[in-house]
Design a protein around this ligand. Structure first.
Ligand SMILES: [Zn+2]
Ligand SMILES: [Zn+2]
Length: 428
């Protein structure tokens, strides 16, 4: 068996992991590098030639979730290679790309993307898929993308757990440790743990439970009548935090645009059937001509989901003439560095957008596991051969985690052969 970390060591995003036997080869994620502050993506793999070479002989690709840094290169994949993703994740991805097709000049690109997504296959949580002699089992995890999974990969008598992006402090995190214990470890030991470590370079950030955020949002909503919210339009748990908080401050409409409404409908139709927290009911799609809605917003206040786009600039210019500035707030609910002007991660469009609001409050918690949670997972899984840290700025930082001393010796950041398994990590 061979594990190749094509990309993901010493960088966040752009994850590509290959696992192969003599008879089968699969990829876990085919992510694109994250864009810089100006939205420019630099990615050596993002061309047909490189992807052709990389995927030559690959039988199937399994995506942990729909974030671009895990799935972004999918439009370059030939139709002969099967691509697998969660069934709800597929719907969200399709919804997003249908939306993108309206951007002028993007029609052709979008048509290709949409046809690739439509061809994607879905897996069922906890059910094994066999690709040649490799068995892959997806297990649900909580992340800032809904319908995200970790994968158990079994072949040649070896067992690998690839966590993807995950966290322990979401509404849907309760099953994390029990799943590892009762479903994964009960059937045998794990040889290799391939896991994320995003938060190791962000130890200054306080990781709080999504519930704590909700309480804080309710307090702000009591203080401010007109509440604008800037958060990821596909982060179901965060959207639920704002929706639930707005419900507590009764009488105010929950407003968004058509695209966001479509995404919320997918969540209501799936997760919403299992928990009322994710049933978003009937959100209001904003139109300047909808006098009834505008009057209601003026009268009672509102919670409105916004994004840094021209359309929302226009809505905002209109609403500014209708509402009282002193009663208005923007809750910024994304990573703080995107709006830190001195940060290398600062996004200019976000900074410009945020500057339009009289008051900005930051309320956020990460979509990634805290250092304590990572350590807990490592100690619990206790892999016999090695821990391969991916999705972290400095993979060697894993040594700083409060994990068992013998596990620290098992952290792998360079190529080696261990107990008959070849681990290949290309030098950057
Ligand atoms: Zn990621
Ligand atoms: Zn992610």
């Amino acid at each position: 068996m061979e594990i190749i970390i094509h990309r993901g060591i010493d960088q966040i995003g752009g994850c590509i992991t290959e696992i192969s036997t003599d008879k089968a080869r699969i990829l876990i994620d085919l992510g694109q590098n994250l864009p810089d502050g100006d939205g420019i993506v630099q990615d050596n793999f993002a061309n047909l030639d490189s992807i052709e070479k990389l995927t030559n002989g690959i039988d199937a690709i399994f995506y942990t979730h729909y974030h671009g840094d895990h799935i972004g290169l999918f439009p370059l994949i030939k139709d002969t290679i099967s691509q697998y993703i969660g069934s709800v994740a597929k719907r969200v991805l399709l919804c997003k790309h249908e939306r993108l097709s309206y951007i002028p000049g993007r029609k052709e690109i979008s048509l290709n993307e949409i046809s690739k997504i439509e061809r994607m296959l879905s897996f069922v949580p906890n059910q094994v898929i066999e690709i040649g002699d490799i068995k892959i089992t997806p297990y649900f995890v909580s992340h800032s993308a809904y319908d995200a999974y970790m994968f158990l990969i079994e072949a040649n008598g070896k067992r690998i757990l690839h966590t993807g992006d995950f966290r322990g402090h979401g509404y849907l995190s309760k099953g994390l440790l029990p799943t590892i214990e009762k479903h994964i470890l009960k059937r045998g030991k794990i040889d290799f743990l391939i896991t994320e470590g995003t938060m190791l370079s962000r130890l200054d950030e306080r990781v709080r439970h999504e519930n704590e955020l909700k309480r804080e949002v309710v307090e702000l909503m009591k203080q401010y009548k007109n509440v604008f919210v800037m958060c990821s339009s596909t982060d179901m748990e965060r959207l639920a935090t704002f929706h639930a908080a707005n419900k507590e401050v009764a009488g105010r409409p929950f407003v968004c645009d058509d695209f966001q409404k479509n995404v919320l409908e997918i969540f209501s139709d799936t997760a919403g059937k299992m928990s009322r927290l994710f049933d978003f009911g009937e959100p209001y799609s904003f139109r300047k001509e909808n006098f009834k809605l505008v009057n209601w917003m003026q009268d009672k206040g509102f919670c409105m989901l916004v994004r840094a786009t021209n359309k929302f600039d226009d809505y905002l210019t209109f609403l500014e003439t209708q509402i009282d500035k002193s009663e208005t707030v923007l809750i910024y609910s994304m990573w703080k560095e995107y709006i830190n002007p001195t940060s290398k991660h600062a996004k200019k469009v976000y900074l410009d957008f945020v500057a339009k609001f009289p008051v900005v409050k930051k309320i956020h918690t990460s979509g990634h596991a805290s250092a304590e949670c990572l350590a807990e997972v490592c100690n619990l899984v206790n892999p016999t051969s090695g821990i391969i840290p991916i999705h972290s700025e400095h993979s060697a930082d894993y040594q700083k985690l409060p994990i068992n001393e013998d596990l620290k010796l098992k952290i792998i950041t360079t190529s080696k052969i261990l107990n008959g398994v070849i681990v290949e990590i290309p030098i950057k």
